[in-house]
Design a protein around this ligand. Structure first.
Ligand code: PMP
Length: 383
């Protein structure tokens, strides 16, 4: 098997998280919202412990944490949930960026059908958006600004700390898609001012199918997000439906582990990145790093090897490295990455772009060994 280098798509589950979930599956029965027996109480205790663990890593209050199925759902609830407030208050302008994940882009696109006006901020060639560009687009009727913390394709950290402060002063709602930074940029996330935040457990070696939406209280009040689903009163009605206790426990444990280990993880990520860049430099291949490394997380590299198409490279080196090209592919059509296109990277370079991402538990020696093989394959393909 190849070495797995697609952590930004989904990270393998940590064995400690899995064991925690198995134990919950084996010992806990019942519904966390049942109030008539001990089984419900036991399940509820597990859910509330996990809520505390999510709150703890973010440095927030536990009643600000709402469990969802993941970041896509959190993004939908955060954005669509503001529709009624926007309509009532006459604030129907949303600012976001052209490099957001589809879970934000498609959601704001849908808001257009309800008369909302959307402004997209473009990044520069470093892969970053500018705070001034966002601020200059603010209008009297601006309801929401939604910007990701770290881009999933390039690993570029967006200037959301400064942006959050300015938006807070201006009393404009700020949604942070922190799917790629949660559990990693722990200190930075604690300092950012946001009203809403989205995350998914499977990006931090937790289980797939669970995540959280954070709604921060201001003057004791939640942001004016209304439920977009109808059902029971679970998660304050924001996410009705039976709470998946074992998944929630897995998310909590993944937060607990990340909180303890993020600093040592960060050192490992950096060592891996430096080792990969060394291999590239020694290979004699001509390559470009997409996005400025000054702003890039230590666990992602987006590279284009000149003269080597990503499709050809990925297919011919599949036995060594499981990487991706971060662009949407399906059987009939091939789309260039909209993120790299927005950065105005030349088309040829985008065709050659591969995204390599690693994370907690990655094995540096194995990665360097297999990456050398990929580089050898690239040498054979280079024209
Ligand atoms: N936002 C970002 C930045 C992401 O990277 C992803 C996952 N690739 C999502 C949202 C959606 O996460 P999920 O698929 O877990 O709902």
């Amino acid at each position: 098997m190849s070495v797995y280098l697609d952590y930004n798509a989904s990270a393998p589950i940590d064995e400690r998280v899995l064991n925690c979930m198995i134990s919950v599956y084996k010992t806990t029965i019942g519904n966390a919202d049942s109030r008539t027996h001990d089984y419900g109480d036991e399940a509820r205790k597990i859910v509330e412990k996990a809520r505390n663990q999510v709150a703890s890593i973010l440095g927030i209050f536990k009643d600000e944490v709402f469990f969802t199925s993941g970041a896509t759902e959190s993004n939908n609830i955060a954005i669509q949930g503001l529709r009624k407030y926007g309509e009532q208050s006459g604030k129907k302008h949303i600012i976001t960026t052209s490099i957001e994940h589809k879970a934000v882009l498609e959601t704001v696109k849908n808001m257009k059908e309800f008369g909302f006006d959307i402004d997209l901020v473009e990044p520069d060639e470093t892969g970053r958006i500018s705070v001034d560009d966002v601020i200059s687009k603010i209008r009297k009727d601006t309801l929401l600004v939604s910007v990701m913390h770290v881009n999933n394709e390039t690993g570029i950290i967006q200037p959301v700390k400064e942006l959050g402060m300015l938006l807070d002063e201006k009393n404009i709602l700020f949604h942070l898609d922190a799917t790629q930074s949660f559990g990693k940029l722990v200190d930075e996330l604690r300092e950012i001012k946001y009203n809403m935040l989205s995350m998914s457990a499977h990006k931090i070696c937790g289980p797939q199918g669970i995540g959280a939406l954070i709604l921060r209280k201001k003057n004791y009040k939640f942001p004016p997000v209304k439920n977009v689903y109808y059902g029971g009163q679970q998660e304050h009605g924001f996410r009705p439906g039976t709470i998946p206790v074992a998944l929630v426990a897995g998310l909590g444990e993944a937060c607990n582990i990340s909180q303890k280990e993020y600093q040592s993880n960060e050192r490992l990520y950096k060592e891996i990145k430096l080792a990969l860049i060394d291999i590239l430099n020694e290979s004699g291949l001509s390559y470009n790093l997409n996005g400025s490394q000054k702003y890039c997380v230590n666990s992602t590299l987006n590279i284009s090897i000149n003269g080597v198409s990503s499709e050809a490279l990925m297919l011919s080196s599949k036995q060594y490295c499981g990487v991706s090209n971060g662009s949407a592919c399906n059987s009939n059509s091939y789309n260039l990455s909209y993120v790299l296109s927005a950065m105005k990277i030349p088309e040829e370079q985008i065709h050659n772009a591969i995204r390599i991402s690693w994370g907690a538990g990655s094995n540096k020696d194995l990665i360097t060994k297999e990456f050398k093989e990929l580089v050898d394959v690239a040498k054979g393909l280079a024209m």
